[in-house]
Design a protein around this ligand. Sequence first.
Ligand code: SIN
Ligand code: FE2
Length: 209
Amino acid sequence: MTGAKAEISLHPGLRYLPGRLSRQEQEELVEIIRGVVAEAPLYVPAMPGSGRPMSVRMTNCGPLGWVTDKERGYRYQPIHPVTGKPWPDISEVLLDLWRELSGHQKDPEACLVNFYADDAKMGLHQDRDETDFSAPVLSISLGNTCLFRIGGLQRTDRTKSLKLESGDVFLLGGEGRLCFHGVDRIYPDTSTLLKAGGRINLTLRRVNP
Ligand code: SIN
Ligand code: FE2
């Protein structure tokens, strides 16, 4: 891929792979996620303390899933907070992508599935609930384009904004593993992948050393 997108300079350890997934690969992932959601329904996560609902709906696959609620806050756990059942397995398709791109020996333990309706967003944060930061977080965008904001290691560092499109992959690894990031907005009607609109973001994470 050439052009302005590839030229954005990012914090060391960050990798932006625009158009990494073909349309066919994206469609295959949507089918896989449909299967995950059938077994482990999307739920509304709540902020620690305030209990304020997030606008993004979530589920997971893998031995561990990232969850949050008012009482117990951010954490990983092996069961769905609503159904109490173990999370479904991570598909081989996703494991293959991780093995190819992560540069990490061990497989991911969690795949967080974020579903953004066209009016959803996610505030600036670090992914720091893992006990091992040596593996990257591998992020996959599907469906409508979003405005993604990526900063540095301090909340107050300057940020850059880029549009993540369906099929783009983004890695936060190495020195960039703890960079602040968030999603400012979704652009409706920018993809035909998801018939009902919105955006799906998948993040593959290694939790334990
Ligand atoms: C996340 O930080 O968990 C999600 C990022 C994204 O939706 O691109
Ligand atoms: Fe994150």
